[in-house]
Design a protein around this ligand. Sequence first.
Ligand code: PEP
Length: 249
Amino acid sequence: MRRKLAAGNWKMNGTTQSLKDLSALGSAHKGSGVDILICPPATLLAPAVQTVSRSDIRIGGQDCHDQTNGAHTGDISAEMLVDAGASAVILGHSERRADHHETSEDVRAKAKAAQAAGLLTVICLGESLLQREATNTLDIIGAQLSLSVPDGATGENLVVAYEPIWAIGSGLTPTPDQIGEVHDFMRTRLERRFGAGVGRSVRLLYGGSVKPENAAEIFAISNVDGALVGGASLSAKDFSPIISALEAS
Ligand code: PEP
């Protein structure tokens, strides 16, 4: 049985004031039947870990370097995330693929380093609108999946998030059939590469304009094991009903 996961990506948002929302979320979902992960900016990692210490929320980073240390100004290693108390990291988000020209090979190297450090890796994949309109979605997802995910993946160290680029922050979401098609495809590919046991144990998240209003419909789709949420994860008022919808699914 895959344990469902509600993950929040705060991106470059949040100051110490935001910890109040984190605290409220922790109280509201104490003893939750689903996993809850919040990935704040690096400046808030350590205080966020402190804030959730008596709740069931886990804290993660939004990226890491593939090296353990060295002359890489502005970067953070997987070991540093662990040292700050993080237990997970988002890798290959489309904003990093676009803004920092990260390739799937880069993502794979980072994921290898993160998994070696003991972090749960949330690897993001997704097609652009042009690629979807050209009916290339499954080719793009298949290539990103095989190139971004390192060998040795397990249900404990890997989560895959399907995030169509055109749905992120846009208010647009794919139809349930479109989401189901990609998630079923990713499941089949993971089973084929890692074997049925591992392939079935990896959690698959949907991400892209998940809101309290559409969460229940998305969580009812086959092979959707939760969500990676951007904007709506910034406030407990919006993220809490999404977690509740996942708990009820
Ligand atoms: C994201 O960036 O991971 C994301 C899903 O953003 P949003 O929920 O705001 O569309």
